[in-house]
Design a protein around this ligand. Structure first.
Ligand SMILES: Cc1ncc(COP(=O)(O)O)c(C=O)c1O
Length: 383
């Protein structure tokens, strides 16, 4: 098979840290408030701008709090789990690696008595209708490592008594999030925004705030987890008075990412770009006998972390080696970086299609997948 000639202009298809926005260069950070206090007037103004522009871009209701917290998305999720869980039973939804990690936290670290795990294997979703609205629910919106997302929020009761704690790190900006159904939502700048890791976004509904102010967890909380002071929400955190020192370079980069998102038409445009990339891959899967989506149901297919499996009857046991070898070959060609599937997922490819990835680059990658597959298969069959 002939080697294609057209390469993606940007070979960065990693699922995190993800591609920077088109045209990004370090010059985007020129106005960073380096060497100044994050508690100075200009420092607080930059942090508040991240919060305000995030609210506007994502249509987050005015009565929801938005905070910037330490330790990326993981920090934001763990702050919520450690601060809020306990007074009710908890349903944890598990269908890939990150959701499994949250289950481990809830069951083994927090050691809560009343935990139900609703689980499914890679490629599937658990029974969403089994979620009990009287209980708290912990779930990912998009399972980054299996490419399975929840199709919508219809399964979440509007009259729920429990809280919904949603890790939306690989969903925010590229997917619609129904704020009325989400009590705690988290993400990191390093995903669909193409920003930097290290800081997490934590969005709280009024009911989440009520939980924080009415429930004192029977466990010590480190300083970087504490959202309340004297039983009241520490409102400063949600105005940009961060719990500890943020990186003003990362903050500047987040502002740059938000400016780009605003310039292309906001969250709907981010979603459209990701859906366009997914559509390119779906059309190619349709005509490619050796490739299939890992998610079994089309409505659950992620438009950000697109996960593929390989189908080939001739390769037998050797089939499992193919994705890693393809990823290596394409990296060597400068065509695609970091597209081997997640280490704990079934062997396959994972192609990040978040908003910062150009759909044209995804389209340009696809003939290279055919080429790499044919070349690797021929090598493996040769022996
Ligand atoms: C669903 C999900 N949750 C959590 C994380 C961890 O994010 P971070 O490393 O930004 O803390 C990731 C990272 O890929 C993820 O995909």
């Amino acid at each position: 098979m002939l080697q294609p000639t057209l390469k993606p202009a940007n070979p960065n298809f990693s699922s995190g840290p993800c591609a920077k926005r088109p045209g990004w260069s370090p010059a985007a950070l020129t106005d960073a408030l380096t060497g100044r206090s994050h508690r100075s007037g200009p420092g607080k103004a930059k942090l508040a701008a991240v919060i305000d522009r995030t609210r506007a871009a994502l249509g987050i209701p005015d009565d929801y709090r938005i905070g910037i917290v330490p330790a990326s998305d993981t920090g934001a999720v763990e702050i919520a789990l450690w601060s809020m869980l306990g007074p009710r039973g908890v349903d944890v939804l598990v269908w890939e690696s990150f959701s499994k990690d949250w289950m481990g936290d809830v069951k083994e670290e927090l050691n809560l008595d009343d935990v139900r795990v609703l689980d499914a294997g890679y490629g599937d979703l658990p029974d969403l209708d089994a979620v009990d609205p009287a209980r708290d629910a912990v779930f990912v919106w998009n399972g980054t490592t299996s490419g399975v997302r929840v199709p919508n929020g219809d399964w979440i009761s509007s009259g729920r008594e429990g809280l919904t704690i949603c890790d939306a790190t690989s969903a925010a900006f590229s997917m619609d999030l129904p704020w009325d159904k989400l009590d705690v939502t988290t993400w990191s700048w390093q995903k669909a925004m193409g920003g930097e890791a290290a800081h997490g976004m934590l969005v709280l509904s009024p009911r989440a705030v009520e939980r924080l102010e009415s429930y004192t967890p029977p466990r010590p909380l480190p300083k970087v987890f504490r959202l309340t002071k004297g039983g009241k929400l520490n409102e400063g955190i949600f105005r940009g008075e961060t719990m500890n020192t943020p990186s003003m370079l990362c903050v500047e980069d987040a502002l740059d990412a938000l400016a780009w998102i605003e310039s292309i038409g906001g969250q709907p445009a981010c979603k459209a770009r990701s859906e366009q990339s997914l559509a390119h891959i779906a059309a190619w899967v349709e005509r490619t006998p050796w490739a299939a989506f890992l998610p079994k149901v089309a409505a659950n297919r992620s438009c950000t972390s697109v996960c593929l499996t390989l189908l080939d009857s001739e390769l037998g046991d050797k089939a499992a080696e193919v994705p890693g070898l393809m990823a290596k070959r394409l990296e060597a060609e400068g065509v695609a970086y970091d597209i081997n599937g997640y280490r704990a997922a079934p062997p396959g490819l994972r192609i990040w299609c978040g908003a910062t990835v150009e759909p044209d680059d995804v389209a340009a990658l696809l003939p290279w997948l055919d080429w790499a597959f044919a070349a690797i298969k021929a090598d493996l069959l040769k022996g």
